[in-house]
Design a protein around this ligand. Structure first.
Ligand SMILES: [Zn+2]
Length: 197
């Protein structure tokens, strides 16, 4: 694990998806937390353009930061669809700083939105595990359970009515399985994977 100076307001720790970056001190909204650093890749150079990993941060059509080195502590920051930080991109300086967009309390995980392209390529296929998406999934599961209960109760009522020789108004007594709905999320701006040429 890379060494972090004790006067920094963060540490690397366990998160839901593996490792993550957590606040160790209060971080005020608007504060720069850390720079997303690494060698600059020039996509006009074939060698640079061939680099592929999950830590590429595209700044412009031409320049991308390769953040895969372990000393880039910012690479430990996980994605969230409802983040407490953002990536502040300076195209001119070719720099990316992660900045707090909310007051962050000690112990809180630091997150930013990786952006639509990253989301589509890496998160959508496996399902985003951020707090916001987990909460949404929980809600949907609870709603599905409720629906199942409701449908089950209705079917039981009908079965009872049928046993008593009452008319069913043409309804079938069998309960339909509740439809599974899918959690959907959208993300905006930020990290994206490099285009394959
Ligand atoms: Zn999410």
């Amino acid at each position: 694990m890379p060494v972090i100076s004790p006067n920094k307001p963060y540490r690397i720790g366990r998160s839901r998806t593996g490792l993550g970056l957590f606040a160790t001190k209060p971080i005020k909204k608007g504060t720069k937390i850390i720079r997303y650093s690494g060698p600059l890749l020039d996509c006009n150079k074939e060698k640079d353009d061939a680099v592929e990993n999950k830590y590429l941060f595209q700044i412009t059509n031409r320049w991308t930061i390769d953040g895969s080195l372990r000393k880039n502590i910012a690479r430990y920051i996980n994605h969230s669809c409802k983040p407490n930080a953002e990536s502040d991109v300076s195209k001119i300086k070719r720099r990316v700083d992660i900045r707090a967009i909310k007051d962050i309390a000690p112990g809180e995980e630091i997150n930013y939105d990786y952006g639509t392209d990253y989301f589509k390529e890496y998160l959508k296929p496996i399902g985003c595990k951020c707090d916001a998406c987990e909460k949404k999934r929980k809600k949907l599961r609870a709603a599905a359970r409720e629906e199942k209960k409701r449908v089950g109760a209705r079917a039981e009522k009908r079965a009872g009515a049928a046993r008593n020789g009452k008319k069913l108004n043409g309804h079938k007594a069998a309960a339909a399985a509740p439809k599974k709905s899918e959690a959907r999320t959208t993300a905006t701006k930020g990290r994206r994977s490099k285009k394959r040429s």
